[in-house]
Design a protein around this ligand. Structure first.
Ligand code: ARG
Length: 467
């Protein structure tokens, strides 16, 4: 291609006397990744064209041509027949050039009263809005799977941990519902972020607005935006909505990662609380006995790349003077990568949770082994009139005695227990059972089977499923 043609191909001016070098062309082009915005780009262009026609800037015939051309382009992209060209820099210029090839001057008129700066900001917002909706669905599906599993294990007793040491017995259902709460907050954050994503930049043009008599509200309505960006300089330059998205996504992945860590621990043969379905695990090429929890491990690892995207975008933005700068072209890959990672993770996890096999007897054994009802014994003595600190001390001595004898508190027997406090009566053995311990905590937010079943019903109502 001649120098002059090369410049023309890029869709901007004859102001330049030499073309960019091949390396610079590739360095500055974004079409390899921003073509993912193609359908959003077309949708935005159609709304813009309809408005231009409405206010008399574009003829009805031109609008007609643009619509027909865009329909054809959409089909070509869907069928994988569209010829993307790096000479045309980005998704916007590729589509505009194809439109002009197809419909002539009408295609060249489309860019009236807009700039790629407000165009790209609009495209990302449209794309991100759709992605957030997918993520919200993924979060709902995962919560539903957790709620279903929790309901089936409202009575299953496991050790609750602090410092990864056996602390007090809890029900497995209760433990799972903790994650339902986390993912519910993640969904709230995503939905809240969506409100700020859902505003229209178009009309800001390059940075200062446009001298044409445009109707921004009409475009906003046509595209389903909740309103327009108030300030043209802000509209084309800030990517805080994308940072917010990555921030909400980071918190989601942090929760996924904590859950993953637990799955890995629970699946370790030393613990053996659960088994994951084979389709989420792999074997070892050398050790035939192995079944590794690859999916949770990988999710734990992928959390890092989402945090990385958040850091990229924060850093991308911090040094930019108003208004648009080319730096912003770098916003897309972190956004796409974050969206892909979170979405795939949520979908896989919803499926994986449904296939968790619980080994209730192993959980129960572990809960019974760690003096997990010691607090219940202290509470028992308090109910009999002993101050809590004295009760704590008496039980600590009992625990030491039981540990020395290699038995649990109940196995010490009532007579021996009474040597630590005269307040111990025959009814003590009842509070030392695992069932007695969990069922005593029956308030809202507690671990009792009855409380878990009520929490399941509330979560279902929130998630729009009937019990
Ligand atoms: N590809 C560009 C981006 O992603 C589109 C906007 C380009 N604007 C400009 N003035 N160079 O940000």
């Amino acid at each position: 291609m001649s120098d002059q043609l090369a410049n023309k191909a890029e869709g901007w001016s004859g102001r330049f006397s030499e073309p960019v070098s091949e390396l610079v062309k590739r360095y500055t082009a974004s079409v390899d990744f921003d073509r993912r915005l193609a359908f959003a780009d077309i949708e935005g262009s159609l709304a813009h064209a309809a408005m231009l026609s409405e206010v008399g800037i574009l003829s009805a015939a031109d609008l007609q041509s643009i619509r027909a051309g865009m329909a054809q382009i959409r089909g070509e992209i869907e069928r994988g027949e569209f010829n993307w060209s790096v000479d045309l820099e980005d998704v916007h210029l590729n589509i505009e050039r194809r439109l002009t090839d197809l419909v002539g001057d009408a295609g060249k008129r489309l860019h009236t009263a807009r700039s790629r700066n407000d165009q790209v900001a609009t495209d990302i917002r449209l794309w991100l809005r759709g992605t957030i909706d997918d993520i919200l669905q993924g979060l709902t599906a995962l919560q539903r799977a957790l709620v279903d599993l929790a309901e089936g294990h409202a009575d299953t007793i496991m050790p609750g941990f602090t410092h990864l040491q056996v602390a007090q017995p809890v029900t497995f259902g209760h433990h799972l519902l903790a994650y339902v709460e986390m993912f519910a907050r993640d969904a709230e954050r995503m939905a809240d972020c969506r409100r700020r994503v859902n505003r229209l930049p178009l009309g800001a043009a390059a940075l200062a607005g446009t001298s044409y008599p445009i109707d921004r509200e009409q475009v906003a309505r046509a595209l389903g935006f909740e309103g327009v960006c108030e300030n043209s300089l802000d509209a084309v330059s800030d990517r805080d909505f994308a940072i917010e998205f990555c921030s909400a996504a980071s918190l989601t992945m942090m929760h996924i990662s904590r859950f993953s860590e637990e799955l890995v621990i629970w699946m370790s043969p030393r613990v053996g609380f659960i088994d994951l379905a084979d389709r989420f695990c792999t074997g070892s090429s050398i050790m035939p006995q192995k079944k590794n929890p690859d999916v949770p491990e990988l999710a734990r690892g992928k959390t890092g790349r989402v945090y990385g995207s958040l850091m990229s975008l924060l850093t991308l933005m911090k040094g930019q003077p108003l208004a648009y700068n080319k730096d912003n072209q770098e916003d897309k890959e972190p956004i796409f990568d974050t969206a892909d990672t979170v979405l795939n993770t949520l979908r896989i996890f919803a499926d994986m949770v449904g296939g968790i096999r619980v080994r209730a007897e192993r959980m129960r054994e572990a809960a019974a082994a760690g003096f997990s009802t010691a607090t219940d014994l202290a509470d028992y003595l308090v109910r009999k009139g002993l101050p809590f600190r004295d009760a704590h001390e008496a039980v600590a001595r009992a625990v030491r005695a039981a540990a020395d004898q290699g038995c649990d508190l109940a196995e010490l027997g009532v007579e021996t227990l009474r040597t630590f406090s005269a307040l111990v009566g025959d009814d003590v053995l009842q509070v030392l059972t695992l069932e007695g311990s969990v069922s005593a905590r029956r308030h809202r937010g507690g671990t009792a089977p009855e409380a878990v079943r009520q929490a399941v019903a509330r979560a279902r109502a929130r998630l729009g499923v009937s019990s």
